[in-house]
Design a protein around this ligand. Structure first.
Ligand code: SF4
Length: 349
């Protein structure tokens, strides 16, 4: 991509100026400490900006420093993260905070290799922290940046290939400024990708501050780029979820420490769509003799690689089985981190 270096270098001052004049006053941008940038970037993975803001503010009220994050109780951390999904991101935040306290004296490192050595921090987040918080000439290449660069340079490389990402990082690194402009460029590329050079539909080229540098615009091919190979289809899993109650309390269990939604609380559930007869058999294996069984509405939850299609039953039992933890609805709402996948069933309590 070497021939694109000149084009990108010429575009950068225009983008930085546009961003500085037009940026949205987001909390992590107005007070861009390394901790704030790190936390916001992790929260923003797969989640919209508007949805992240209340989580971000609440998280910092409770855990204002890396040290406080390193010491937080795991269940409390899951509760603070509840609703954001991808809970391993929160677990990695704490793991990395522990390393930062132990190995880096509580200071988030500015060196990208040191940043990349921390749990949950990959090339993108390392680049974002280094450039935004420390003014280092390091790009942070995510889907937004890939799309913008592919259009600016009219490149037809598949943006889902690691080699494409590597090439874009490489070419940006050759032109990246340092200091305040590094921050402006990283955030400016993100903002351009989110608001002007948008995915899913035509980019808003008429509003684009760098249109004069855009080869895709000049060639009239903005609607053809970027190229993205077809993703693998998600697998579907059928599950049966039980709202199992006894004397006003509901059964919960903790998910295994590894795998999907690890260590989070859930309503009892099992593979497959069970008939009432199969449900009774299942309940007998977990020590429950049902007094009443009533079917609920079904629900669906989409993870990145799998879709859960969930049928549900309300089951009243006259005795509690010690296979479960039993809690009142108010406790479930306030104290237990139940992933969004079970949101519909939680709303029935
Ligand atoms: Fe994207 Fe259009 Fe701007 Fe090119 S001119 S960078 S396609 S918004």
């Amino acid at each position: 991509m070497n021939r694109e270096i000149g084009r990108l270098a010429a575009m950068i001052p225009h983008l930085c100026l546009w961003y500085e004049t037009n940026r949205k006053p987001l909390p992590w941008r107005t007070d861009a400490t390394p901790y704030h940038v790190w936390l916001s970037e992790i929260m923003l993975q797969q989640t919209r900006i508007e949805a992240v803001i209340p989580y971000y503010n609440r998280f910092l009220v409770e855990l204002p420093t890396v040290k406080s994050l390193s010491e937080v109780d795991d269940d409390r951390l899951m509760k603070l993260w509840q609703g954001l999904g991808y809970y391993s991101r929160a677990r990695n935040l704490k793991k990395a905070a522990v390393v930062i306290v132990e190995r880096f004296n509580g200071e988030i490192p500015s060196d990208v290799d040191a940043l990349r050595s921390l749990p949950g921090i990959g090339d993108y987040t390392a680049g974002a922290i280094a450039s935004i918080a420390y003014g280092k000439p390091q790009p942070a290449v995510d889907g937004n940046v890939l799309r913008v660069v592919m259009r600016l340079c009219a490149r037809y490389d598949d943006i889902l290939l690691p080699a494409t990402k590597k090439a874009v990082s490489h070419v940006l690194q050759a032109v990246y400024p340092s200091g305040h402009d590094a921050k402006l460029l990283t955030e400016g590329l993100m903002e351009l990708g989110e608001t002007v050079c948008v995915p899913n539909g035509a980019p808003r080229c008429e509003e684009c501050p760098v249109r004069e540098f855009c080869q895709a615009y000049a060639n009239g091919v903005t609607d053809q780029l970027p190229i993205r190979s077809a993703k693998k289809e998600r697998r579907t899993e059928n599950r049966t979820v039980m709202l199992l109650s006894c004397n006003g309390k509901y059964a919960l269990s903790k998910r295994p420490p590894k795998g999907l939604l690890a260590s989070l609380w859930q309503f009892p559930n099992t593979d497959g769509h069970l008939t009432q007869g199969e449900l009774k058999e299942y309940l007998s294996t977990v020590g429950i003799t049902p007094v009443t069984i009533e079917k609920t509405e079904s629900a669906k939850h989409i993870f990145s690689h799998v879709e859960w299609h969930m049928n549900g039953y309300r089951v009243v039992s006259d005795a509690q089985s010690d296979r479960f933890v039993w809690a009142e609805p108010a406790e479930i709402h306030d104290e237990y981190a139940i992933p969004t996948a079970f949101q519909y069933f939680k709303s029935l309590l």
